[in-house]
Design a binder for this molecule. Structure first.
Ligand code: UDX
Length: 430
C-alpha cells in the first residue's frame, strides 16, 4: 500500500520505517528541509535505539523516501497518517496548530478519495474536526474516511513497541477505513480494538493518565516508606506480582517527564474541567509529580548547612534513558535550583549535550563520568541510564573523598554503596 506520513518527528519516523519494513511504500513529509535532507541520507536526526539500521535498510530497498513537497506526496498516496506534534499551550490545552496546517495541506492538494489516519494525540472530537478543516480547504469533494489510531510508543523502545505493540486501537465510523487499516496492519498479530474515533482519542489520554497515576501513587508511597524505613522497591515488587496491578510503572523516583505524560495529563484535566466533570485524581497526580524533585532536593539539603560552593555532579540529563529528549526533564529543574543555591555544578549524560545558555551559567559538562566526579561532594542520579549502574563505584570511591550519592531513580544497590562507605539515599530506599 502507498502510505504518507505528515510529520517526521520520532513517532512519524518510527512508524514510517516500521511500515516500510512490513512491505508498504512509505513517504515521509515534513516542512523542515534539514530533517528531510538528513533522513534522505539514511540518517536519523534524533537518538532512538535500533531505528538507524532499519532506516538504512528501507532506504536501500527504496520503499521509503522523504520529501518537503506536499503536492506530489498527497496526490500519490491514498492513505495519509498525521503524526505532527500537539504540544501544550500555556493554559494546558493541546496546541493544534500543526494538526490544522496538516489538514489544510491535505485539503489543498486532495485529488482522490483518501483515508486520513490521525496518530497525533488529539483532544476528544478533533478527528471529526480535522475532516471539516480538510473540507473547508478543498475545492472539490472527495470521500474522506477518518480514522483515529493512537500511538503508544515509548521513546527509547519505540521500535520494539511499534513492532510488538500490546494492542492496536482503530477508531472509525466506517467499514471501508477499518478494512484499509486491517490491511495496513496485516503483519501484526496483537489484539486490534475497533471503536469510535472519540473512544480511540480517549483511550490514548486515559492510558497515559493512568500510567502517570501509577507513578505518582508509588512516589507518594515511597515518601511514606522513607518515614517508616521501608524499602519501596520491595513494596513495588510485592504489589506488581498481583496480576490485577502488574509490575510496570511502579518504579519510584523523580517522577515522570517527557513530551507525553505531562501534556496529556494537563489536556485530560482541561477537557474534564470544560465539561464540569471531576477528574480530581489527576490534579493530585500532577501536583505530586511537580513537587517530587523538591522532595529529593530537600533530602540533599538536609545533609548540608549550605550547598554554596559544593561540587555537585548530575548524572543524566534526558527525561529517561536511551533517548536524547530533554523535554520536561527533571534534571533541568534540579539544575535551576542548584544554580540558585550557588553550587558548583558538573553534568554527565551519555548522549545529551548541554546548550550554551546552561554552560554560560558556569555549569561544566564532561563526557567521561569518572572525570565528572573528580573531587565532587555530591552525586545526583537523575536519569536511570544503565551506564551508571555499570560504573566502577570502587574506583569512584578512590577518586572522591567524602561523597554523598542521592539516587533519584533507585538504580544502585544501596547495600553495595554503603559497603564502599558512600552516604547513599534513594527515594523510599536507602
Ligand atoms: C509515554 C507512554 O509510555 C507511551 O505509550 C506514549 O505513547 C508516549 O508517552 P515516554 O514518554 O516515551 O512514553 O516514556 P515512558 O517510558 O512512558 O516514561 C515516562 C516517564 O515516566 C519517564 O520520565 C520515566 O522516567 C518515568 N517513569 C516511568 C517513572 O518514573 N517510573 C516508572 O515506573 C516508569
Amino acid at each position: 500500500m502507498n502510505i504518507l506520513f505528515i510529520g517526521m518527528g520520532y513517532v512519524g519516523t518510527t512508524m514510517g520505517v516500521v511500515l516500510a519494513k512490513s512491505g508498504h511504500n512509505v513517504t515521509g513529509l515534513d516542512i523542515d528541509q534539514d530533517k528531510i535532507a538528513t533522513l534522505n541520507k539514511g540518517e536519523l536526526y534524533f537518538h532512538e535505539p535500533n531505528l538507524q539500521k532499519m532506516l538504512l535498510n528501507s532506504h536501500q530497498n527504496k520503499n521509503l523516501y522523504f520529501t518537503s513537497e506536499p503536492k506530489e506526496a498527497i496526490e500519490n498516496n491514498d492513505i495519509v497518517f498525521i503524526t505532527v506534534g500537539t504540544p501544550s499551550l500555556e493554559n494546558g490545552k493541546a496546541d493544534l496548530t500543526y494538526v490544522k496546517s496538516a489538514a489544510k495541506m491535505i485539503g489543498k492538494y486532495i485529488n482522490s478519495p483518501k483515508t486520513i489516519v490521525v496518530k497525533s494525540t488529539v483532544p476528544i472530537g478533533t478527528t471529526e474536526q480535522i475532516k471539516q478543516w480538510i473540507n473547508q480547504e478543498s475545492q472539490s469533494r472527495f470521500d474522506i474516511n477518518m480514522v483515529m489510531n493512537p500511538e503508544f510508543l515509548r521513546e527509547g523502545t519505540a521500535v520494539q513497541d511499534a513492532l510488538h505493540p500490546d494492542r492496536i486501537v482503530i477508531g472509525s465510523e466506517d467499514r471501508k477505513s477499518l478494512e484499509i487499516l486491517d490491511r495496513v496492519y496485516q503483519s501484526w498479530s496483537c489484539p486490534i480494538l475497533k471503536t469510535t474515533p472519540k473512544a480511540a482519542e480517549m483511550i490514548k489520554y486515559a492510558s497515559n493518565a493512568f500510567l502517570a497515576t501509577k507513578i505518582s501513587f508509588i512516589n507518594e508511597v515511597a515518601k511514606l516508606c522513607d518515614t517508616l524505613d521501608i524499602n519501596v522497591q520491595d513494596v513495588s515488587k510485592g504489589m506488581g506480582l498481583d496480576n490485577r496491578i502488574g509490575p510496570a510503572f511502579l518504579q519510584a523516583g523523580l517522577g515522570y517527564g517527557g513530551s507525553c505524560f505531562p501534556k496529556d495529563v494537563k489536556e485530560l484535566l482541561r477537557t474534564a474541567n470544560s465539561y464540569r466533570a471531576s477528574l480530581h485524581i489527576l490534579k493530585e497526580v500532577e501536583m505530586i509529580n511537580h513537587i517530587q524533585y523538591q522532595y529529593f532536593l530537600e533530602k540533599v539539603k538536609n545533609n548540608f548547612v549550605s550547598l554554596k560552593g559544593k561540587k555537585v555532579t548530575i548524572f543524566g540529563l534526558s527525561f529517561k534513558p536511551h533517548t536524547d529528549d530533554t523535554r520536561d526533564s527533571v534534571s533541568f529543574s534540579i539544575m535551576n535550583e542548584l544554580v540558585k543555591e550557588k553550587a558548583d555544578i558538573v553534568v554527565h549524560d551519555p548522549v545529551v549535550s548541554l546548550s550554551t545558555n546552561w554552560l554560560d551559567k558556569g555549569i561544566k559538562q564532561y563526557s567521561d563520568p569518572y572525570d565528572a566526579v573528580k573531587s565532587t561532594d555530591i552525586i545526583l542520579i537523575c536519569t536511570n541510564w544503565p551506564v551508571y549502574q555499570e560504573l566502577d563505584w570502587r574506583r569512584i570511591r578512590k577518586i572522591v573523598s567524602d561523597c554523598y550519592i542521592f539516587d533519584g531513580r533507585n538504580m544502585l544497590e544501596a547495600s553495595e554503596m554503603k559497603k564502599l562507605n558512600f552516604h547513599y539515599e534513594g527515594i523510599g530506599y536507602s
